[in-house]
Write a protein that binds this ligand. Structure first.
Ligand code: TYM
Length: 334
């Protein structure tokens, strides 16, 4: 089993990233180690330049996301944690895979449409983003990709591109499977429960950031939008607000959805919202402390990433060579 997942170096990471990302990375790390497999987790900084960005902020965001990966439980001895731009193969693979990706399929990507909408400058990079992501995954001969629901379409494209390349140029890539959490694959904005929780869109008051202070978290849950009625039941169609809060409670405490419903049967919305906020405060507190420790020693953090880059280079190099070779490029004389 080969695990690969990536997380963008941009903005502040959210409770949504925890649910669909960090939490799953740690779970799959344990599984990969148990089964004698390997796990790769990548801060995808090359993806961060597809929307408007500031160089200084990119530097900060890259180190910040790396620190969150370790703070939430990735272990540099058991997983390979690295920065995408440290491995040049990613940019090269994206260029080569462009030959096996059609304009039409990229144009259909909903994330591209959402992010491009209303923007004055839509970069070519934003359009090509899924090709870079496909390269990330395929370079490592990945079998399992833990992601949230919003990345489902990109994973489908990756599989299509890999199959097309294999057919056209000969067996080169393993076809990866996506792995989505059963609960919490799509955490919603607390103010706008029909919208994904994300720092790029939606009401900031409804976005819980990993770094938020306890009182800020409590206030965000206190003001969370609920639905009409008063029953605490999981019904995403009829009760998107309460269903989202139930899922967050399940993610934060490890309880089943049914247990949360049973526990709050007949209780009011107010007390429930307060308890969810408290559960999230408790969930995040140890991660925040570890995050601050990691950020206090930048040299050590970068050393950990250098170890990861070395392992990632060894793992991805042969796939890139095979791609050049199968596509008919003349290798340099050595
Ligand atoms: P990114 O950086 O936006 O998000 C990282 C992970 O967090 C998940 N996620 C969520 N899950 C549940 N609820 C939410 N509200 C929520 N918001 C974000 C995402 O699904 C993701 O798993 N394109 C990717 C990064 C990437 C990648 C890869 C992922 C680049 N190359 C290769 C896997 C494999 C992205 O933008 O994720």
């Amino acid at each position: 089993m080969r695990i690969f997942s990536g997380i963008r170096a941009s903005g502040d990471k959210t409770l949504g990233n925890y649910s669909g990302g960090f939490r799953q990375y740690v779970a799959t790390q344990e599984r990969a180690v148990g089964e004698g497999g390997e796990a790769f987790f990548c801060v995808v900084d090359l993806h961060s330049i597809t929307t408007p960005f500031e160089p200084e902020a990119l530097r900060e965001a890259t180190l910040s996301v790396a620190a969150w990966l370790f703070a939430t439980g990735l272990d540099p001895d058991r997983s390979t944690v690295f920065v995408q731009s440290h491995i040049r193969a990613h940019a090269e693979a994206a260029w080569l895979l462009g030959a096996a990706t059609s304009f039409g399929e990229l144009r259909r990507m909903t994330q591209f449409k959402e992010k491009a909408e209303g923007q004055e400058f839509v970069s070519a990079g934003l359009f090509n983003y899924p090709v870079l992501m496909a390269g990330d995954i395929l370079l490592y001969r990945t079998t399992v990709v833990p992601i949230g629901d919003d990345q489902r379409q990109h994973l489908e494209l990756t599989r299509d591109v890999a199959e097309r390349f294999n057919q056209r140029f000969g067996e080169t890539f393993v076809i990866p499977e996506g792995e989505f959490p059963e609960v919490g694959a799509r955490i919603k904005n607390l103010q706008e429960p029909d919208r994904l929780m994300s720092t790029t869109r939606g009401a900031p008051q409804g976005v819980v950031r990993m770094i938020d202070e306890p009182d800020v978290i409590r206030a965000k849950f206190k003001t969370a939008v609920t639905d009409s009625g008063r029953d605490i039941v999981h019904d995403p169609e009829a009760k998107p607000g309460i269903s989202n809060l139930i899922e967050i409670m399940a993610v934060a405490t490890g309880a089943e959805i049914g247990d949360v419903e049973a526990r709050y049967d007949g209780a009011g919305y107010g007390g429930f919202k307060q308890d969810v906020g408290e559960a999230v405060v408790e969930l995040l507190a140890p991660f925040q402390q570890r995050y601050r420790e990691l950020r206090a020693d930048e040299a050590e953090l970068r050393r950990m990433l250098a170890v990861g880059a070395e392992k990632a280079s060894v793992a991805s190099g042969p796939t890139l060579e095979a791609m050049y070779d199968r596509m008919g490029f003349v290798p340099p004389l050595r």
